[in-house]
Design a protein around this ligand. Structure first.
Ligand code: PEP
Ligand code: MG
Length: 571
């Protein structure tokens, strides 16, 4: 039966595909297709994993001390029974045979199916056995991981090269920004998550993937079933499950239209972004990883306006990248951009961006009371002075290879400004002492806190440029946690207080002859292009996929007309 689930649109366009449900804790399980000739090897991997776990469990039973509680042995019996139950291991083989999923993915797909059956059981005792099932699957995944070295790793097959395979969309309760990174080159053609707001970092990374996505769809992962046909309408924020043929046809039509429109827009790639009245506008790219520079250049971006360097620090189990590794990454970006400016933001960890694969839910409930107001961004960097200097040294060294600008996130206090410049001076001194090459870099502040926006004129005594992080500026001005879907309807970029702070910051920058750019999601939303141009903004930084659409707005705009209209809107 067809039904709809509503959430928040994140990334435009339509995706149609079969649902792959992934539990938050298993998002890091490898998802790839295998070739037909690898099926038997993959099924054999599953059998070997099952045998390995079985012998482990038998071993535990055998070596159990005589005084061990009898429940323990009974529990191992339950695990053995689940392990050999056809509903788990047998059916997992079908995902491999019929769908060409790799063993780990097949196992987690089947876990979702069986776990749901447990959830629906009337009997409390049986329902609670779901935890045992999850433990067994965990052991199987571990056993599969141990085989990795021995088994020939099946190489990933792009679904588009895989004749007859249906496109897939990912449905999960929550995906951490760190996990989202893994989907950069993924097989999924769309995403749906239960939690998150429009500018949560999970949504931001999803947007950078340039595939339709809906977040904050609350019940989606409970209502959608493994393998259901799903339409993701990324424009309206609607997910249609099991659509009727007529609805499907309508969306297929929209999908084709969207494709044609994109093709048309790519022709603007080499067109300079100049308004009708001859104002040059700089359209820059936001990137998360060095590999994103390719998309930035292809989109015609004239530089990187925001490199979210914290993504280099994620998924590393606490082993943070050292100076040389960071230097190589920054240098790769600088060189790839071939002389165009590259703005590297110092680490902005915290709030909804954890170093490890922690969901927003886990962060909120197991860690800081309110991570958005806690130790994040520059606050975190200043609390880790040697890590901060290490990053600054790496950025300074990369500056010897091109045009680098340094950007500091979330500054609000004079002490933070002092702390940043002291750390920078010390980093330079260390480089000089060790005889390493570097170039002086312009230093900019992100305006993300209302206090900073109100004091932008004072900031400009110290900083060379400003970059408005409107995602956070909206969050902190309106007191709305940007990652919380429960208050996402109040997250309003059009709120007059937000527009006032943005407009004021742009004016202050212009008056002082210093550059102000916007690098929050507002910059890539064509609905805001005219308003921002009218306020005097001439530098926008956004996901590469948004450059062409915003450029189209710029080409159609006349800033003389916009400036007079804007004066009437913003007092
Ligand atoms: C912002 O806050 O607008 C911004 C660009 O930074 P981030 O989204 O990474 O917090
Ligand atoms: Mg921010």
């Amino acid at each position: 039966m067809s039904f709809q689930v509503f959430g928040f649109p994140v990334s435009r366009g339509v995706a149609i595909g079969r649902a792959v449900l992934v539990a938050s804790s298993r998002v890091d399980v490898a998802h790839y297709f295998i070739e037909a000739q690898q099926i038997e090897t993959e099924v054999q991997r599953l059998r070997s994993a099952r045998d390995a776990v079985a012998s482990e469990l038998h071993g535990l039973q055998r070596d159990m001390p005589a005084d061990a509680p009898p429940e323990l042995s009974a529990l191992l019996d339950v695990h053995l029974m689940l392990l050999h139950d056809d509903a788990l291991t047998g059916a997992t083989g079908s995902w491999v045979r019929d769908r060409h999923y790799n063993a780990e993915w097949a196992l987690s797909a089947q876990l979702e199916v069986v776990a749901r059956q447990f959830d629906e059981m009337e009997n409390d005792y049986l329902r609670e056995r779901k935890a045992d099932l999850e433990q067994v699957v965990e052991q199987l995944l571990r056993a599969l991981a141990q085989q990795r070295g021995r088994a020939t790793p099946a190489h990933a097959v792009n679904p588009r090269d895989f004749a007859g395979e249906d496109p897939l969309v990912l449905v999960a309760s929550d995906i951490s920004p760190a996990d989202m990174l893994q989907f950069k080159r993924s097989i999924f053609t769309g995403f749906v998550t239960d939690v998150g707001g429009r500018t949560s970092h999970t949504a931001i990374v999803a947007r950078s993937l340039d595939i339709p996505a809906v977040v904050g769809a609350r019940e989606a992962s409970r209502l959608v079933r493994q393998d259901d046909w799903v339409v993701i309408d990324g424009d309206a924020g609607v997910v249609i499950v099991d659509p009727s043929p007529i609805v499907l046809e309508e969306y297929r039509f929209r999908q084709r239209q969207g494709g044609l429109e994109r093709e048309r827009l790519t022709r603007l790639r080499h067109t300079p972004a100049v308004t009708l009245d001859g104002q040059r506008v700089e359209l820059l790219a936001n990137i998360e990883l060095p590999g994103d520079t390719k998309a930035a250049l292809e989109a015609g971006a004239v530089g990187v306006g925001l490199f979210r360097s914290e993504f280099l620090f994620m998924n590393r189990n606490g082993d943070l990248p050292g100076e040389d590794e960071q230097y190589e990454a920054y240098r790769a970006v600088v060189e790839a951009m071939r002389g165009l400016p590259v703005t590297i933001r110092t680490v902005d960890i915290g709030a909804d961006k954890a170093l490890d694969r922690m969901s927003v839910h886990e962060l909120r409930h197991e860690h800081a009371l309110n991570p958005a107001l806690g130790l994040r961004a520059i606050r975190w960097s200043l609390s880790e002075p040697s890590m901060f200097r290490q990053q600054l040294r790496a950025i300074l060294r990369a500056s010897a290879h091109g045009q680098v600008r340094l950007l500091v996130p979330m500054v609000a206090h004079a002490s933070e400004i002092r702390g940043t410049f002291d750390a920078l001076a010390r980093a330079k001194q260390q480089l000089q002492e060790s005889g390493r090459a570097y170039t002086d870099v312009p230093v900019g502040a992100m305006i993300e806190v209302p206090a900073a926006a109100l004091m932008a004129h004072v900031f400009l005594d110290q900083f060379d440029f400003l970059s408005l992080g409107t995602n956070d500026l909206i969050q902190y001005t309106l007191a709305i946690d940007r990652a919380d879907e429960a208050v996402a309807h109040l997250y309003d970029p059009w709120h007059p207080a937000v527009l006032e702070l943005v407009s004021r910051t742009i004016s202050v920058g212009r008056a002082r002859g210093k550059q102000v750019s916007v690098c929050g999601e507002m910059a890539g939303d064509p609905a805001f292009t005219e308003a921002l141009l009218g306020m005097g903004l001439r530098s926008f930084s956004m996901h590469p996929a948004q450059v062409a659409t915003v450029k189209q707005q710029v080409l159609r705009a006349d800033t003389r007309r916009l400036a007079s209209r804007d004066a009437a809107v913003v007092p």
